[in-house]
Write a new protein. Structure first.
Length: 351
């Protein structure tokens, strides 16, 4: 589904390559570089990765120790939360936030994506790169292409049959549909294997199959088939919901560039199409730093812990050059995104 676009991404072009001399983005980029906000935080990420892996191991151990009991299902929500943490690490690795070594970054992404989550790193790279290059562009951003959900009135009018019913009710169905996202991501990954070159396909397929086999073996060895199915359903549903809640506020209901209109520069393209979510440490943790969506889109390779530090600079600079800087609370961000989807489906409800 389009709304979960942001989890595993191949490095976007370096920011310096995007800022032509004299562009409105160049002064901001220079200040961010001078303050060291693009410098990588190897120690911070090493701790994040180790703590996350140990936490995953502890949950798996807990499943094995509790055994064939309905109490084991209490660990499914925790595993879903840790799955989202795993996805955030893979996302950051893909953006070269963790390391500048492409091979090491890909290895981290493959482990956290394919092996631990069953999500194709290559598939997400291709999709997410196109999103970052042209956010909210109806012809170029795969996250706003008409699929299960639609995001423009033009897309809505083209819907027929069951999809038309979905569009009429998409605002009400959005969060229920995210419960299927964990499974959808895995299916997309397997489908994408046909597109990949042979060597990449072999590695991706091996890790994807290993994940599925290991996941099924763990549950079916420890739990009865009925309990195993219940655990998997709860785990995958909550994992998808967590991702949906993390990515829904980012772009939905924000500006959508006119495909035939004036071409925006990097600064306007990224700021006008993105929304930040206000909050403290808990919000930063829950949303994986993606609540600083404007800063992340302007500086994709900026390490996650630096996004909060960059925010005052970006906000002040946007005010200086007269570009609106969108920011809202978490609940209000969901309200705005859902309202946009409701309004898109409105014409179909009054026919």
């Amino acid at each position: 589904m389009a709304q979960t676009a942001a989890v595993l991404a191949e490095p976007a072009p370096r920011e310096s390559a995007r800022a032509a001399p004299g562009s409105d983005f160049a002064p901001l980029l220079r200040e961010v570089k001078e303050r060291g906000l693009l410098d990588r935080r190897h120690g911070w990420y090493a701790r994040e990765i180790v703590v996350n892996l140990l936490s995953l191991a502890a949950v798996v151990t807990g499943v094995a120790l509790i055994g064939d009991s309905w109490w084991t299902l209490l660990l499914a929500p925790l595993l879903a939360v840790l799955g989202a943490r795993t996805a955030f690490i893979g996302h950051d690795a893909g953006h070269s936030q963790i390391t500048g070594d492409k091979a090491v970054g890909r290895a981290i992404g493959l482990v956290h994506g394919n092996l631990l989550l069953g999500m194709s790193y290559a598939w997400w790279n291709d999709k997410h790169n196109r999103h970052h290059a042209n956010p909210n562009h109806v012809d170029k951003d795969p996250d706003v292409l008409a699929d299960v959900l639609v995001f423009t009135s033009g897309q809505a009018h083209e819907r027929t049959g069951f999809r038309r019913w979905l569009t009429r009710n998409q605002a009400w169905l959005f969060f229920p549909l995210t419960l299927l996202e964990g499974i959808a991501l895995k299916i997309h990954g397997f489908q994408d294997l046909r597109r990949q070159p042979p060597r990449e396909r072999a590695v991706e397929a091996l890790l994807l199959v290993t994940h599925v086999v290991a996941y099924a073996a763990l549950l079916l060895t420890v739990l009865s088939p009925g309990k195993a199915l219940a655990f998997a359903a709860l785990h995958q549903a909550l994992f998808g919901l967590h991702l949906g809640m993390s990515f829904a506020p980012n772009h939905k209901g924000m500006e959508m560039p006119d495909p035939d209109g004036e071409r925006w520069g990097h600064l306007r393209r990224q700021v006008l199409t993105s929304r930040n979510v206000r909050g403290g440490v808990l919000t930063d943790w829950f949303l994986g730093g993606l609540n600083y969506q404007i800063e992340h889109h302007l500086f994709p390779s900026m390490p996650r812990p630096h996004l909060r530090r960059a925010q005052p600079l970006v906000r002040a600079y946007c005010a200086e050059v007269g570009i609106p800087y969108a920011e809202s609370g978490l609940v209000d961000s969901y309200r705005q995104a859902l309202r946009h989807m409701y309004e898109v489906g409105e014409p179909l409800r009054v026919e």
